[in-house]
Design a protein around this ligand. Structure first.
Ligand SMILES: NC(=O)c1ccc[n+]([C@@H]2O[C@H](COP(=O)([O-])OP(=O)(O)OC[C@H]3O[C@@H](n4cnc5c(N)ncnc54)[C@H](O)[C@@H]3O)[C@@H](O)[C@H]2O)c1
Length: 347
């Protein structure tokens, strides 16, 4: 893997930036494509601070087919891609379905069209546990049926997986892995990079940290009458650095020819579900901060409980999440304080 050049699309985003760090720490040369639609160029500085190396960066919109083609002409040596770039706000995708279908599907197709011209290629795709919906059995294995998507965003992940699978079927020179993430949280321990939600966060942890710092008045816990032990919804929260490391392992698997077939799927989670109230308790315990919250009605479309069966990822992929919920929440809090300080300095 060392000295290999790898394209990371969306490499300035939340999960992408942590993965670029993990790759560079393994000696991989990274080229990032990002159009900065949901990230900042400052993230490059954060990656450089941590790894001592600035990845190459191309400001390209992947919806531009000819720009994608030009990119692969400029970098003919690149045949491995980790594809994070996508629009990811579930609510927005309901309002603007075509924007989501265009961004998430066309960019995927243009990348695969270029890769299938290569003698050999490796492709890692950011998928999501949303493909399972409310699974009938917990923990959720990779064999659980894919349920009808609840949103255009979720549908782009299902369609994306199908496009890759169909493409691999007829291109034996192409190898791909879809990684179905559960709930990524936290930040790099250096607090040089982390999650940068635009506007009101849709995910629990950025909402918690913004509330604790005083940016939001209180956290709404959507529903405490679910059939769970404390009545609140359960998710599998995974530290983003664990998730980033899984991408390195997945790419290594393909580069070393360890795959069982040229299209594979793995769940990436911790295997443990935590309720919203448990997350709040863990945040308060690990940071010493008090979190104001209220119980609000259930949110439409929210599922009750989802956590991963990690056996396939642990045994087959050879990767296991090692960081705790407390550690992840603490890192998110340290990152929030850094973001707040920067925002105050800019005012
Ligand atoms: N964060 C989560 O909870 C979660 C869960 C499951 C799956 N995923 C998937 O993981 C991937 C990364 O998520 P994230 O949380 O890091 O998101 P993010 O928004 O932080 O990162 C995505 C990056 O892609 C870039 N981008 C978007 N459209 C682009 C385009 N057309 N051309 C070039 N760059 C473009 C954005 O500017 C951003 O930097 C996404 O595919 C997302 O759907 C995320």
């Amino acid at each position: 893997m060392k000295n290999k050049k790898v394209l990371v699309t969306g490499g300035l985003g939340f999960i992408g930036s942590h993965t670029v760090v993990a790759l560079q720490q393994q000696g991989v040369e990274v080229v990032i494509i990002d159009n900065l639609s949901n990230s900042s160029i400052d993230v490059l500085g954060g990656i450089t601070e941590i790894t001592g190396k600035t990845p190459e960066f191309e400001n390209i919109d992947l919806r531009d087919k000819s720009a994608v083609k030009d990119f692969f002409e400029k970098y003919p040596e690149i045949d491995s891609v980790i594809h994070f770039a996508a629009s990811k706000a579930v609510g927005e995708s309901v309002e603007k379905p075509l924007l989501y279908y265009e961004n998430n599907i066309s960019s995927l197709i243009y990348l695969l069209q270029e890769l299938q011209k290569k003698e050999h290629s490796n492709f890692i795709f950011s998928s999501s546990c949303t493909v399972y919906g409310q699974a009938d059995e917990l923990p959720i294995t990779e064999n659980a049926p894919v349920k009808k998507a609840e949103s255009p965003y979720g549908n782009t992940k299902q369609i994306g997986e199908e496009i890759i699978q169909d493409t691999c079927k007829v291109n034996s020179n192409m190898k791909a892995i879809s990684l179905r993430y559960f709930n990524p949280i936290g930040a790099h321990a250096s607090a040089e990079i982390g999650e940068l939600p635009l506007g009101t966060p849709q995910n629990l942890v950025p909402f918690i940290t913004q509330t604790a710092i005083g940016k939001r008045e209180k956290l709404s816990v959507f529903g405490n009458d679910y059939p769970t032990e404390d009545g609140t919804a359960i998710r599998d929260y995974i530290h983003v650095v664990d998730l980033a490391e899984a991408h390195v392992t997945a790419l290594q698997r393909l580069m070393n020819g360890k795959e069982k077939s040229n299209y594979e799927v793995f769940n990436l989670g911790t295997g443990k579900g935590n309720s919203v109230l448990e997350v709040i308790q863990s945040f308060e315990k690990s940071t010493g901060e008090k979190l104001p919250y209220e119980i609000a009605p259930r949110r439409e479309g929210d599922i009750i409980s989802a956590y991963a069966d990690t056996e396939k990822a642990n045994k087959e992929l050879g990767w296991k999440a090692s960081r705790s919920l407390d550690e992840a929440l603490k890192s998110a809090w340290v990152w929030q304080k850094v973001v707040q300080k920067k925002e105050e300095e800019e005012q």
